[in-house]
Design a protein around this ligand. Structure first.
Ligand code: FAD
Ligand code: UDP
Length: 372
């Protein structure tokens, strides 16, 4: 007979925890999912207002090359054909992202890939470096000076609260450069927004599973630990170990939502604001993710902010100092019996949704495989 009420206590009802709970429930395990927030879903949670799904924790666009993950999410929701095509406002002019032939035409009037390549190659030769050591050097070596100064420098410094010369190079490797007139921000085969919002997926994953919101694991740790044979922890890894090796750093965000009594505010779901003169980095107009025709519209301004323990941790700052600290926590986590660590906060990594789903599925398979 089972001694404890649950096989797994899952701390955090984000995608990692929800996929884990779903898969283990399918394997006849009993799960309890708790979250300290007032709702399930973690950062993909949507709030409905005026018939519009508001991406409460910032714009979330699902994209993946992994057919297994795409088929997985399609069990729970139907995806629309939204393609992310953000624009960026810089010194009064709107440019297409990611950097492509439309961007180059607006910047230099170049019409052919050859003309654009000539300018970029010339600028890379003049301003680039062989082995870039920081974000500025990396950007100059990838796209040259004009694009860096028009569309990257001020945005990046606002986003991270640091000079581009003090930031790691890898951050900018995410941005594609294309010599076609293609404004699709992502290169992946599969992309879209779940019709009805992300809550549809979370509701499907957690159907029939015990859940409790507004429960902070650390406020009732001893009692909660008694409930289950094992814990799946998706919160901050340093907090789990009471910060014994020091505190990991993050970048936070503040979201300001505004209702406007007009049908269409900016004509696109995402517009980035490059210039330092604007404290926010982007404005999201949520209805455009789902081609909404509502009479009103809701927009969200995204302000990057410094982080402290009272704020939400959005982006890990993966510099050398933090990686050193994380390494110690990771070693401690590998020694923790009956605790599984997963998700963006416990792994201290910027993960996209499809990566989190893949990582949770892999974790379940590892555990199920070793039990067999
Ligand atoms: P989370 O969703 O953060 O879930 C962890 C949960 O644990 C939280 O709900 C938290 O409240 C809970 N928790 C923490 N500590 C405790 C505790 N002590 N007790 C109880 N509960 C606790 N990905 C994409 O694929 N496409 C995008 O366009 C995209 N845009 C993004 C935009 C922004 C601004 C951000 C920040 C992220 C974006 N992402 C995007 C990434 C995506 O949000 C993550 O990959 C995914 O949500 C991570 O899931 P998770 O379960 O690891 O974490
Ligand atoms: N970035 C930029 N200009 C832009 C958009 C992004 O310089 O208009 C840089 C910036 O450094 C940012 C990184 O690219 O941190 C990744 O941006 P992306 O929008 O891909 O990631 P997100 O912030 O949505 O996670």
């Amino acid at each position: 007979m089972r001694e404890k009420k649950y096989d797994y206590l899952i701390v955090g009802a984000g995608l990692f925890g929800s996929v884990f709970a779903h898969e283990m429930t399918k394997r006849s395990k009993k799960c309890l999912v708790i979250d300290k927030r007032t709702h399930l879903g973690g950062n993909v949670y949507c709030e409905q207002k005026e018939g519009i799904n508001i991406h409460k924790y910032g714009a979330h666009i699902f994209h993946t090359n992994d057919k297994r993950v795409w088929d997985y999410v399609n069990q729970f929701a139907t995806f629309n054909n939204y393609i992310n095509s953000p624009l960026s406002l810089s010194k009064g002019t709107l440019y297409n992202l990611p950097f492509n032939m439309n961007t180059f035409y607006k910047l230099w009037g170049t019409k052919t890939p050859e003309e654009a390549k000539e300018i970029i190659t010339e600028q890379i030769a003049k301003y680039g470096t062989k082995s870039p050591k920081n974000l500025e050097q990396q950007a100059l070596s990838l796209v040259g000076k004009d694009i860096y100064e028009t569309l990257i420098k001020e945005y990046t410094e606002k986003q991270w609260g640091k000079k581009a010369t003090e930031l790691p190079a890898f951050i900018i490797k995410r941005l594609p450069v294309r010599y076609t007139y293609n404004n699709n921000y992502f290169n992946d085969i599969y992309q879209g927004i779940p019709i009805g919002g992300y809550n549809t997926i979370i509701d499907g994953l957690l159907k029939g599973i015990d859940t409790k919101t507004s429960v902070d694991f650390f406020e009732d740790r001893a009692d909660l630990e008694l409930l289950a044979d094992a814990i799946v922890y998706t919160g901050k890894i340093d907090e789990f170990f009471d910060y014994k090796y020091g505190q990991l750093e993050y970048r936070s965000l503040r979201f300001e939502h505004e209702l406007h009594e007009i049908e269409n505010y900016q004509g696109n779901a995402v517009i980035n604001y490059n210039d330092a003169a604007y404290a926010f980095t982007r404005i999201i107009e949520h209805k455009h993710f789902e081609f909404g025709k509502q009479e009103k519209t809701i927009i969200t301004k995204e302000y990057p902010e410094g982080w402290n323990r009272s704020k939400e941790a959005y982006y890990p700052i993966n510099n050398d100092r933090n990686q050193e600290i994380f390494k110690k926590y990771k070693e401690a986590s590998q020694k923790s019996k009956n605790v599984i660590f997963g998700g963006r906060l416990a792994e201290y990594r910027y993960y996209d949704m499809h990566q989190i789903i893949a990582s949770s599925l892999t974790k379940v398979e590892e555990i199920s495989g070793s039990e067999r």
